[in-house]
Design a protein around this ligand. Structure first.
Ligand code: BG6
Length: 482
């Protein structure tokens, strides 16, 4: 019976605005994600905004908003991220549950405006730093490694409204100030850092702080992100020798629908739209195909002297990724707004939200990534969003156990048979949290049920699901018993 490697990291993952709550507490400033509504069951969430002339509007999360518009909180609407699931006040209880399951890592993100309320202050906000310090100390008390995402799909609203977010090089300096403050405070306590989340799928106001989403704006903003990440990596290595710095990419897999040559070409080109980001940040600069991509899209990057050297000299130490599903592409596929092909695979079943379930695809993607970069990899998001039926203070979530079991078997084969160097796994939303794409609570991922409903009602109390004990045994036997 095979096991995972010794020291394999097992744990869970969350993002501040989906989990923390504590909106407006501890001198926290506004982030762009604060303006994202609950949407409704059928549509994605919306960013609410106010134009210069005072008119109000809303547009999909990853769309553009009118130039000069600023984020706006509509008192008539519910914003599920504002209370999240109240980790801000319940972190001790949550971390105790993580420890009981045997986690030895926990991935969470920093809310930038807890530390710098506008992004422009000279000094970090002590209340925000103290909150994260308490969380880190609590994790360390149980020998759980903190894995910190410095920026997860958000930016201070002030920087979005005054500088158009990552469109501006000014944001690089603000981000580096955040990094320096975190590194100074948490060096010696935190070894694993991720500079950004799912860089290959973030776009627009809510995630990048840019009002436009055209290719020129997007890739220019990304250039600033790449430079910021390289400088953060340099700084981390100087300030915290031995630390590991990565970035996270959405790497759900992609298959060509058929072996028709045109479908194969569509596959290669579409996959490159995703790989572009890691290729730039891991292999020492822009890949050769970036030239063709930019020519096609009419993109002309504005760089400063030395930018390319930074990308070359400070690549990432490891590659982390999210894996939820696989989709297909063919020559006629219309890509979605973030450049992904979402066509279904006739061989796969899907979750209630239509996300195809493909455990073998995880082994495929692990090999694909390791083959490409030959650096350690880590799965930092995976899991199944499902409708749980809460009864007798628990949930019998056999579907979740089956999902994880199948994924873990393939993960184990990728490591033990294929020899992929994978250092860990953190399941998304180990404790139920707010869905990013729909704002729902009923799309649940966790081992722990949180009594909160879509409209925000509920006690927010925590209950162990059946998968809790199952996962505990997986970790206790280091994957021998799956
Ligand atoms: C990833 C994000 O895209 O997928 C998370 O990094 C997100 O923030 C997760 O929650 C799952 O997506 P959803 O829409 O089911 O919450």
């Amino acid at each position: 019976m095979s096991r995972f490697p010794d020291n394999f990291l097992w744990g869970g993952a969350s993002a501040d605005f989906q989990y923390e709550g504590g909106f407006g507490e501890g001198n926290r400033g506004l982030i762009t994600a604060d303006f994202v509504t609950d949407g409704n069951v059928d549509t994605l969430r919306q960013v609410t905004y106010k134009c210069k002339d005072g008119t109000l509007g809303s547009s999909p999360l990853k769309a553009e908003i009118p130039e000069g518009a600023t984020g706006y909180i509509d008192p008539e609407r519910y914003y599920p991220s504002h209370d999240g699931v109240d980790f801000y006040h319940r972190y001790k209880e949550d971390i105790a549950l993580m420890a009981e399951m045997g986690f030895n890592v926990y991935r969470f993100s920093i809310c930038w405006t807890r530390i710098f309320p506008t992004g422009e202050e000279a000094e970090g906000n002590e209340l925000g730093l103290k909150f994260y310090e308490n969380v880190i100390d609590e994790l360390l008390k149980y020998h759980i490694e903190p894995l910190i995402t410095i920026c997860h799909d958000e930016i201070p609203a002030y920087l979005a409204d005054h500088y158009d977010g990552w469109s501006s090089r000014h944001t690089i300096n603000c981000y580096l100030k955040l990094c320096k403050t975190l590194f100074e405070r948490f060096k010696g306590k935190v070894k694993y850092w991720l500079t950004f989340n799912e860089l290959n799928v973030v776009k627009g106001y809510a995630q990048m702080g840019t009002h436009k989403i055209d290719s020129q704006t997007h890739y220019q903003a990304m250039h600033h992100v790449f430079v910021a990440s390289s400088l953060a990596t340099k700084m981390a290595h100087e300030m915290m020798p031995g630390c590991m710095v990565g970035t996270m990419y959405a790497m759900s897999g992609l298959y060509p629908l058929t072996c028709k040559p045109e479908d194969m070409m569509a596959h290669m080109n579409t996959r490159r739209l995703s790989y572009f980001y890691a290729d730039t940040m891991v292999t020492g600069g822009y890949p050769y195909y970036a030239q063709a991509l930019f020519e096609k899209e009419g993109v002309v990057l504005v760089k400063e002297p030395g930018d390319d050297d930074l990308l070359k000299e400070y690549p990432l130490d490891f590659i982390t990724f999210s894996y939820y599903r696989t989709t297909t592409v063919n020559a006629n596929t219309k890509l979605n707004i973030i450049g992904l092909a979402m066509d279904l695979n006739p061989y796969l079943e899907a979750t209630p939200w239509g996300w195809p379930i493909d455990p073998v695809g995880l082994r495929y993607v692990m090999n694909e990534l390791y083959d490409r970069y030959k650096k350690p990899i880590m799965i930092v998001e995976n899991g199944m969003g499902e409708i749980d039926h809460f009864e007798n203070d628990t949930v019998i979530d056999d579907y979740r156990i089956r999902y994880l079991k199948d994924h873990f078997k393939n993960m184990k084969d990728a490591i033990n048979i294929d020899h992929v160097d994978c250092i860990g796994y953190t399941m998304w939303g180990a404790i139920d949290l707010v869905s990013l794409s729909t704002g729902e609570m009923k799309k649940r991922y966790g081992f722990v049920y949180v009594d909160k409903n879509d409209d925000g009602s509920g006690t927010y109390n925590r209950y162990k699901k059946k998968s809790f004990d199952w996962m505990k045994e997986v970790i206790a036997t280091n994957g021998e018993k799956i």
